[in-house]
Ligand binder design. Structure first.
Ligand code: PA5
Length: 439
């Protein structure tokens, strides 16, 4: 079994052996607290054992739903926001063609998203698509009361019922929500939707390995058993290995906290392959919501290289020294393409002949790391053997586990998100929601 690896060789000026051995005791203590469930937020630790807890029966049920729904839908709408859609989108966009919308093999539906925005134009465009194509829907909300997905679902449900009739519409909707409470739970019971439960003890941003992520990922045609296997193998490493050298999640948590205490308040997650862009979006929610509280926390930011080297590269190289970088470095592409020979060489790039694009990209990556290090930015590299379901499963669990440990080292509750409520109260008051007039 290969595993993702954390390379810290470009950190030495900023975070040396002495820093790491001093931090080692803290991360080991934080892991103990996490594993014993004795820390803050310990009623939201269901994600720790999720890779083992997902039963073969649940996977079979999801596969059954995929077979049933993909026989009648060309488009699958995932309605959800935050943790109720980002994990699924991260995995699907990492695996599917960048041109999936126009390159379908017809076996699995195109997954599209709703409930993550309140843009009227977005919904007008979406409804145009849904008017034309056969579709089915997963509506996902742990609380079952979040405004954005509720608004989107009301629009889509009305359209679906008009298009197919109420009985068939109910056959095309799957609800993923709380087992007992919430508006979505009540609608699902009344309408007789197929439902999946989000466990009480799993928070939204840690829920990708529940049906929240598994159903949409399987609908898009990807192997959820492999994803879970990757997560299981990474879990074993995270909980069994006791040294920073052997345990990449503990090492990542340690390095982040050393750098933070030395004034590095921003972490930029970078990829050199655009299909990982949504993994960064998922990661930003995971770390931003888990650590950004009580006036503390590393600000998670992301860039896609080499694209953003031609925009934000300038700032990283020479701007304020407040960041460190974590590069997602993918070893192997899944496809290859040759650079054609050109005798005239007017573009001057014949020196690249015989090199693969990945070799060129890896040199761009190394050149960037060396330049940024020289410019005073610490750089971490997460080596990912390949972008497939198995290594995405490893990455997901690696980031989740490191997040729990890192949050405890930081001294916050990594499993709540009280700050998310503030905008909602204002919005409800401004929109005249009953009960909010005097808030
Ligand atoms: O991490 C979280 O818990 C939040 O960001 C939620 O994922 C997000 O607000 C959506 O909540 P819900 O699934 O209840 O609709």
């Amino acid at each position: 079994m290969k595993t993702i690896n954390l390379d810290i060789q470009h950190l030495s000026h900023f975070c040396g052996d002495t820093d790491l051995s001093a931090m080692s005791a803290e991360v080991l203590k934080a892991r103990k607290v996490l594993m014993e469930g004795s820390g803050r937020g310990n009623d939201f630790l269901g994600w720790v054992t999720l890779p083992e807890d997902v039963t073969p029966q649940l996977v079979d049920d999801i596969k059954g739903e995929v077979a049933r729904l993909s026989s009648k839908a060309k488009v699958f709408v995932v309605v959800g926001i935050g943790g109720s859609y980002l994990g699924a989108r991260a995995v699907i966009e990492a695996l599917q063609s960048e041109f999936a919308a126009v390159q379908r093999d017809g076996k699995f539906p195109l997954v599209v998203y709703a409930g993550h925005t309140l843009s009227e134009d977005y919904y007008c465009q979406l409804m145009e698509l849904l008017e034309r194509e056969d579709y089915a829907v997963a509506v996902i909300s742990k609380s079952g009361t979040t405004t954005e997905p509720a608004v989107a679902f009301r629009i889509i449900k009305a359209h679906l019922e008009k298009k197919y009739g109420k009985a068939e519409a109910a056959q095309r909707i799957v609800a993923i929500t709380d087992a007992h409470k919430g508006a979505l739970h009540d609608i699902a019971v009344q309408e007789g939707y197929h439902t999946y439960v989000i466990p009480d003890n799993v928070g939204g941003r840690f829920s990708v390995l529940t049906p929240v992520g598994l159903l949409p990922i399987a609908m898009a045609g990807y192997d959820i058993n492999l994803l879970l296997q990757g997560a299981r193998d990474m879990r074993r490493l995270c909980v069994e290995k006791d040294t920073l050298a052997d345990n990449p999640a503990l090492l990542y948590a340690a390095v982040r906290n050393v750098l933070y205490r030395k004034g590095r308040k921003v972490e930029i997650l970078e990829n050199f392959v655009p299909q990982l862009k949504y993994l960064s979006e998922w990661w930003k929610q995971l770390y931003g919501e888990s650590e950004g509280k009580e006036g503390k926390g590393i600000l998670p930011h992301s860039l896609s290289f080499t694209t953003d080297l031609h925009s934000m590269g300038q700032y990283v190289q020479e701007g304020e020294r407040l960041m460190f970088e974590t590069v997602l470095s993918v070893a192997q592409p899944r496809h290859s393409i040759a650079i054609p020979d050109d005798e005239q060489n007017l573009d001057g790039i014949n020196y690249l002949l015989g090199k693969s694009l990945t070799e060129i990209n890896h040199n761009a990556e190394l050149g960037t790391i060396l330049a940024h290090c020289d410019g005073g930015v610490p750089v971490l590299r997460i080596e990912v053997p390949e972008v497939d379901e198995y290594y995405l499963g490893q990455l997901i669990y690696f980031f989740e586990f490191a997040c729990g440990v890192s949050g405890y080292v930081l001294g916050v509750n990594p499993f709540d998100q009280p700050g998310v409520e503030a905008y909602k109260k204002n919005m409800f008051r401004l929109l005249g929601k009953p009960g909010y007039a005097d808030k």
